[in-house]
Design a protein around this ligand. Sequence first.
Ligand SMILES: [Zn+2]
Ligand SMILES: [Zn+2]
Length: 382
Amino acid sequence: MQTALVKPEGRYAIMEMTAAVVREKGGAFQLEKVEIEPPRPNEVLVKIAGVGMCHTDLVVRDQYFPTPLPAILGHEGAGEVVEVGSSVTKVAPGDHVVLSFASCGGCSNCQQGQAGYCPDLYGRNFSGARPDGSTPCCDAHGKDISAYFFAQSSFGEYALATEANVIKIPSDVPVELMGPLGCGIQTGAGAVMNALRPGAGSSIAIFGVGSVGLAAVMAAKVVGCAQIIAVDLNSKRLETALELGATHTVNAGEVNPVEAIQDITGGEGAQYSLECTGLPNVVRQATDCLRLTGICGIMGVAPLGTEINLDMNAILFGRTVRGIIEGDSIPDIFIPQLVELWRQGRFPFDKLITQFPLSQIDEAAHASEKGDVLKAVLIPGA
Ligand SMILES: [Zn+2]
Ligand SMILES: [Zn+2]
């Protein structure tokens, strides 16, 4: 039975919509009728055409990061602008946009094009509220729900984003597929193209070829790496990596991946490595497989407080270990580049996508966790 909507005192509730809400730690994504406010001056209301599910949504559902529950998650939204706030000039109703992450825009890192390292990144993306502490969504009983996750909360029919984190894309590409460019795909591709920047002919080992790792594989092919070594425990994913540009695969359940990478690289080790699993022992492998002066990028998300062990003398010999957030991307520049590479057939990230109606979001989450799908994209209203 439908509960009548109660409009709380003082809230200018504009619109009812269906969204997926997580109410308890580790609980299901459940579709509910919620209300969403109209855009404030710097905000943009987007009708979601498709939204990717990223590992970080599941990490927050499970409260590794304590975004207050109940919450509307979802941070790989894409769709059509339907309304803009009074000060917005970047986009207009009818534009197609990809939604990306939020940052303050004013700190020194933001101003130097390193928004992934904004000191307020956690607050802007995980607090479940606007910077002023308000949330634009309430449930059918008028109770506040955490929203504004990554300044979007796009697991719903509509999302409120800000002028800063909407990225306009051409109207002749299928907008419902483009959402994953806003986080997971940009993270993997940007780690190669923006952060590590391997030269043509170089070697790179990529540990964990889920959607982020596979985006890195495709990007390594785009930039001309000669040896692209995919490492995983799942032979099906390794086959996919070969199809997308890996030159070698290593099943870490069958052989020692460090030795295998040293063999493939003529005993030297890889010039670059990427760790996409969030597992401390894999970080160790991803550094041990490097040649002298090699660089390891860490991208996996682990519970807060997770520690790693490294061989100090191995690092001493010129090796570098660094973290990479959102692929060091400036989304306004990088996402249109990825759209163009996709259009040319050089970055076929759509091959990773399995579509689900939003109503099957919990099935999509389980299929993602089991490894049955690489990148679930949810379609509201399907
Ligand atoms: Zn900042
Ligand atoms: Zn993400």
